[in-house]
Design a protein around this ligand. Sequence first.
Ligand code: 6R9
Length: 651
Amino acid sequence: MSNKIESHLVEDRVFKPTKEFSAKARISSMAQYKKLWQESVDKPEVFWAREAKELEWRNKWTKVLDWKAPDAKWFVGGKLNVCENCVDRHAKGSRRNKAAIIFEGEPGDRQVLTYAQLHREVCRFANVLLAKGVKSKDRVLVYMPMIPEAAIAMLACARIGAVHSVVFGGFSSDSIVDRLEDSGATHVVTADGGWRRGKIVPLKDNVDEALKKYKAIKSVVVFKRTGQEISMTKGRDTWWHEETEKVTAKHEAKAFDSEHPLFILYTSGSTGKPKGILHTSGGYLTGTYVTCKYVFDMQDDDVYWCTADVGWITGHSYIVYGPLAMGVTQVMYEGAPNQPDFGRFWQMIEEYGVSIFYTAPTAIRAFIKAGDHFPKKHDLSSLRLLGSVGEPINPEAWMWYHEKIGGGRCPIVDTWWQTETGAIMITPLPGCTPLKPGTATLPFFGVDAAILDETGQECKANEGGRLVIRKPWPSMTRSIYGDKARYKKTYWSDYQGMYTAGDGARRDKQGNFWIVGRLDDVLNVSGHRLGTAEVESALVGHPAVAEAAVVGRPDDLKGQAVVAFVTLKAGIADSAALQKELREHVGKVIGAIAKPDDLHFAPALPKTRSGKIMRRLLKELVTTGTVSGNTTTLEDFSVIANLQEKIAGAK
Ligand code: 6R9
């Protein structure tokens, strides 16, 4: 029997960039893309050296790449300061008084930081860290709300060669303890609290709780954001505003080696201990800079907005390092997309004249569920480019994003990448790539992506297999922090010398990459291996459905039966008739094999805190009736409790 993942979804709609868009874009034809891509994989040294030269290096490298799988060194012997590239370079030049960050807090407070102001704030905070005794390579845990000071803290660490480890503000004190222990951090930067849906997230209380268990912290610097009473431990905790008063806004940045560690970021691995993904300086900065330049095609007059949190890799690469290295103006927002209602983002786009907007499918599906009247109320004509990241975007969600937000005129860059890859890997280039709803299209420059079967053979068109990257790239992770063996085993052991991403994918006849789901989630129905994405996309293609998750449960006859969880759009009632209709709909779109055996209506689906559907929990739920595994990365436990009741009731 074949081990290949089958594919049944056909997508024929093609959207080409408009002439006006292409005319202004850096890459404006497929011929230009192909030529440059070929050079970038045939002669990576030439391609990457040319790009990296646009950054500021104190010492030039002697060799572009030193590669002995899985160990890569990029820009060997080169020295730079990452923070200087993101801040000083613009603050001393013509972008001095250009807005770097336009911030809006959830309660509506606003602040604009120019590049010169950002420079002063970062220098001050670097001096604070030095005064606290932070040294090069020390680990600093950053646990902050989505406010400019989060970026300032990260940049200040980079400036003095310290390694930041940002923990998303929605994580609990137990998660902080795990990350403190694994990274061996000695200092913490946090805030009293942050605003989320009108409530205070008690960040400092969570830190206090964590520090009862982890004793190696020498200092905690606390930014005052929400102003409620908190406890300050004498000799350990100090206020950001008091400490920054004691130091000057002058700091000379030193140069660090290209391979100097920049940060550790923990991935919400579905099982086992979280993995501390380590990124280094020169290659990472080059990767994030170059993707901002070509994928978002950032121009000097753009207003860019990425709605991720700095606690995720998307926030690291596409709020902090890439956009600032480009010197663009960006919008930053603290709170929830539905505060006070689902019009918040559209109101902000109108108000600030956002031209490039980057968000996630989970948010898009929430907007679809809430209704079109929210975006309709606002003038979104400043937008010229849209982006998506985090999960496969269902073709109907893509169409909604294209029409209702992009007004039918904005290209959508569906960007596939991972915490481990550091920067975007598979993506359209907005000025040239023909777009099809649901595919991340083609590999970015320098990315040698392929889909292989179990034996290491490349799969034929439309045959699903494992997504691999066959050559090193500058922004790749260098290791799992402190665990080289796990790094090798997790990413480099399936095929000799190649990186395995853990995703299933197929290429269509034009060579476009379609992510069919995580390999761990593939269903096996009567010997047919089905990715989750296609069945879910078929369900989302029905006009009543906003979101869907599909998992397998053991079945004596078929091996696995298909179980679907479906969230309906606002105002649509569930019924046995609709249940039947949705099953038939999947049968029609994909084939009888994929028809859900069970279909549950769910008010919400279990998600990670970064908004990815957690199929592992649903699978456990339909197999055993309960959930026992690690649920700490789950966003809202009541979602699972609710489904558990439903499933028990259905038996
Ligand atoms: C950037 C980020 C990585 C996993 C990845 C894949 C999924 C991300 C995607 C996508 C389809 C896209 N993923 N982008 N799947 N199309 N455009 O999300 O990093 O949190 O490490 O997650 O997310 O499954 O392997 P990370």
